[in-house]
Write a protein that binds this ligand. Structure first.
Ligand code: B12
Length: 214
């Protein structure tokens, strides 16, 4: 079987040994880690979500999958490291009520790797914490993640608070996560939406007027 397929399947089946064997083969074959992460690994997570919806998998299985995913990131050296940057300051977090952190952390990592300074507030972040961080770090962008349809509306709450605090004109708002879309971003008055970590960086650059290859 093609190692990408094998990787995807073993993650869906939570077969850690077979997963890491396939990962080793892919990396040895010169595969780009980001292609693996945003390709078969993310597809496997979608599959696992479907199995959860169908009642085949439970929270425990989703947790195991998240654990394997994070181990793989470590194995590939995709870790968060801080760099002093010139492109701009991004405050990022998963919004209140939502604890999904893998996608948000990937976006943070990719932004850092691209030259942004990133303040990662973690998960379950309320409006007060976003506002405080924007002031403290003089942020250029507020980036929010939500995977649940029940938490995405909180993004609007944060945008409203930014307005109330007189900060909305000073920062761009970038959103993403499974429960969001370009249309949703427009609806709540965000400035941009990214489908994945790579698109997130592209949009962040565009919002700050940085050339695409800058
Ligand atoms: C792993 C997982 C969990 C783990 C999370 C562990 C962790 N540390 O993150 C645990 C077990 C905790 C969990 C809990 C729950 N989960 Co869950 N979970 C998942 C699962 C299987 C994978 C998520 C994931 O990591 N994906 C991989 C990453 C790489 O993808 P991503 O997060 O989407 O991020 C990418 C993009 O979306 C984007 N992106 C993300 N954020 C941002 C931000 C910006 C600014 C930008 C530009 C881009 C961007 O870029 C990322 C990289 O490409 C998904 C299924 C799925 N399809 O995703 C369900 C899923 C999200 N969960 C779901 C549910 C229902 C729950 C629970 C409510 C279950 C329950 N009854 O308790 C709880 C909620 C807990 C809470 N309060 O948050 C549903 C949500 C349905 C809905 N419409 O709301 C899903 C879709 C499963 C399903 N199909 O039913 N979950």
């Amino acid at each position: 079987m093609d190692p990408k397929e094998r990787l995807k399947e073993s993650l869906v089946e939570l077969d850690e040994d077979s997963f890491f064997e396939a990962l080793k083969d892919l990396l040895a074959g010169g595969e780009d880690p980001w292609d693996i992460i945003l390709g078969p690994m993310s597809e496997a997570m979608d599959e696992i979500g479907k199995l959860y919806e169908e009642g085949e998998y439970f929270i425990a299985e989703m947790l195991v999958a998240a654990d394997i995913f994070k181990k793989a990131l470590k194995e590939m050296g995709i870790e968060e490291s801080d760099s002093e940057s010139s492109l701009g300051v991004v405050v990022i977090g998963t919004v209140k009520g939502d604890v999904h952190d893998i996608g948000k952390s990937l976006v943070a990592t990719m932004l850092r790797a691209s030259g942004f300074k990133v303040i990662d507030l973690g998960v379950d972040v309320d409006a007060d914490r976003f506002i405080h961080a924007v002031r403290e770090h003089d942020a250029d962008i507020v980036a929010m993640s939500a995977l649940l349809t029940t938490t995405r509306n909180y993004m609007k709450t944060v945008i409203d608070r930014l307005k109330e605090e007189g900060l909305r004109d000073r920062v761009k708002v970038l959103i993403g996560g499974l429960s969001t879309s370009e249309k949703f971003a427009e609806k709540i008055g965000a400035d941009g939406w990214g489908k994945n970590a790579i698109e997130g960086v592209e949009v962040a650059k565009r919002l700050l007027g940085v050339p695409a290859n800058g």
